[in-house]
Design a protein around this ligand. Structure first.
Ligand SMILES: Cc1cc2nc3c(=O)[nH]c(=O)nc-3n(C[C@H](O)[C@H](O)[C@H](O)COP(=O)(O)OP(=O)(O)OC[C@H]3O[C@@H](n4cnc5c(N)ncnc54)[C@H](O)[C@@H]3O)c2cc1C
Length: 429
């Protein structure tokens, strides 16, 4: 009756689904991905980099180098056009790594194939049901997969979220933007500027020929497949010229809509990444937060699937990650508002940029944009309770190491800083 059985099925093999699959595979879980795309090509450039916490997560699994070696390090964080020094963040990876989403996805896909994750490519999840013990997932090619859990990593329009009946409240779109990659016959006005309703930015792509641009539209427009004429109109309205735009290789539209799933878990169905939260790309956080969702969920789901922990452990995934998503939505709304170019907002943005150059706000903002400041609410206790484990240097009986080296297997690690074998003597100082 079932084509295959797995312990966990993940709908969607984007960055979040791939990261989650890797985490589960490391923990010895039989996990499969169902991915609509035949290969890992990403339409357009989308995410442009990784922030420190996401790089730390990759380092924890011993795979950071394969990404870092391909990207460019930037020791600054941008705030509404202002450049903030961020080189003093307390992490080995105190930089933003400029790396396009396609390369990030390819690196993750290579990792999951090394871990022998089964991937059903070129097919879609079309339906599922769940009962007390299983989920049964239907694919559009007629196959039926049975699993203990189904995770929707299937992006902002998540079918899994909709079919699970999980609400997705938030703010509808007020502003729309065209994003494109194209050739331009005339010399474009490269750089970023603020128009009445939002930003305009044109940069040269790596090939040195095409231009990647974001143009705020004069009024809210809808639809994923804007026409070439709409791009020309938006460019002329913004710059007074379309710079002879031609041979468009990618044209898409996004908005400032900000929505979040009310629950990240419903029974045996979970959501992660864009399936759980959508927002404007301003600030460049979506992919990074999706990777963190995946790592938070991965070990918990593995423990539950293996019968080591009760299913209630999964509720801590919602409790910890939902507030992070909610804060991100607010952050993107604030940055969207600050990106307007009317006189009052320009004055406010300049004032805020000055404030952000001051030491305390600068440290706060750069830590927030790196996700290094996250503190899960685990109740009263030590000030470090709920914070991330930093990559401390360790001196051990068998030589020096560092914490992240001990985390490559994605298994719990207990650091006994007392005498060997004597847990009662842990130094609390
Ligand atoms: C213009 C733009 C710029 C961005 N810039 C940044 C940035 O600088 N930094 C950053 O961190 N983020 C950025 N983002 C956001 C980032 O692209 C997303 O947050 C990220 O892709 C989310 O990953 P995901 O895996 O959760 O979802 P997706 O990337 O949407 O992946 C979902 C996957 O599920 C598959 N799928 C969907 N439905 C089904 C189904 N029914 N069955 C099987 N497969 C299915 C899809 O094919 C897809 O591969 C940007 C986004 C845009 C649009």
């Amino acid at each position: 009756m079932y084509s295959s059985e797995h312990e966990v099925v993940i709908a969607g093999g984007g960055p979040t689904g791939l990261m989650l699959a890797g985490e589960l595979a490391l923990a010895g879980v039989d996990v499969a991905i169902v991915e609509r795309r035949i290969n890992q090509d990403v339409e357009g450039s989308r995410a442009s980099g990784l922030h420190p916490r996401a790089i730390e997560l990759l380092d924890q699994r011993g795979i950071a180098d394969r990404f870092v070696s391909q990207g460019e390090k930037h020791y600054v964080v941008l705030f509404a056009g202002a450049v903030l020094d961020a080189s003093d963040r307390s992490t080995r990876h105190n930089y933003t790594l400029a790396l396009w989403q396609e390369k990030i996805e390819r690196g993750l896909a290579d990792w999951t194939s090394e871990l022998a994750v089964q991937t059903y490519r070129g097919c879609e999840v079309t339906d599922f049901v769940q009962d007390d013990a299983h989920t049964v997932v239907a694919l559009n090619d007629g196959r039926v997969l049975r699993s203990k859990y189904l995770v929707g990593c299937d992006g902002g329009r998540s079918l899994v979220r909709k079919m699970a009946g999980i609400d997705f409240p938030g703010r509808g779109p007020a502003i729309s933007y065209l994003i494109f990659e194209a050739y331009m016959a005339d010399e474009p006005a490269l750089g970023m500027r603020h128009g009445e309703r939002g930003v305009y930015a044109l940069v040269r792509l790596e090939d040195g020929k095409r231009v990647r641009g974001v143009v705020t539209e004069q009024q809210l427009e809808r639809g994923d497949n804007p026409a070439f004429e709409e791009l020309r109109t938006a460019l002329v309205a913004a710059y007074g010229s379309d710079f002879g735009v031609h041979n468009v290789t990618w044209l898409s539209r996004f908005t400032d809509a900000a929505r979040q799933a009310t629950f990240y878990r419903k029974g045996r169905v979970l959501l992660a990444g864009d399936a759980a939260h959508v927002h404007s790309p301003v600030g460049g956080q979506g992919l990074n937060i999706g990777l963190q969702d995946a790592v938070n969920l991965g070990w918990k789901l593995a423990q539950v699937v293996k019968g080591i922990s009760p299913a209630s452990l999964l509720d801590s995934y919602h409790a910890e990650r939902h507030p992070v998503g909610a804060a991100l939505l607010k952050q993107t709304l604030a940055l969207t508002a600050l990106n307007r170019g009317d006189e009052r907002t320009n004055a406010l943005r300049e004032m805020m940029a000055q404030v952000m150059q001051m030491d305390v706000p600068r440290r706060w903002y750069t830590a927030t944009m790196s996700s290094l400041d996250i503190r899960y609410d685990l109740g009263e206790g030590h000030p470090l309770l709920g914070r991330r484990m930093p990559d401390l240097d360790l001196v051990t009986a068998v030589g020096p190491t560092r914490v992240f080296m001990l985390l490559h297997d994605a298994r719990p690690v207990l650091l006994n800083l007392g005498q060997p074998g004597d847990l009662g003597l842990v130094d609390k100082g």
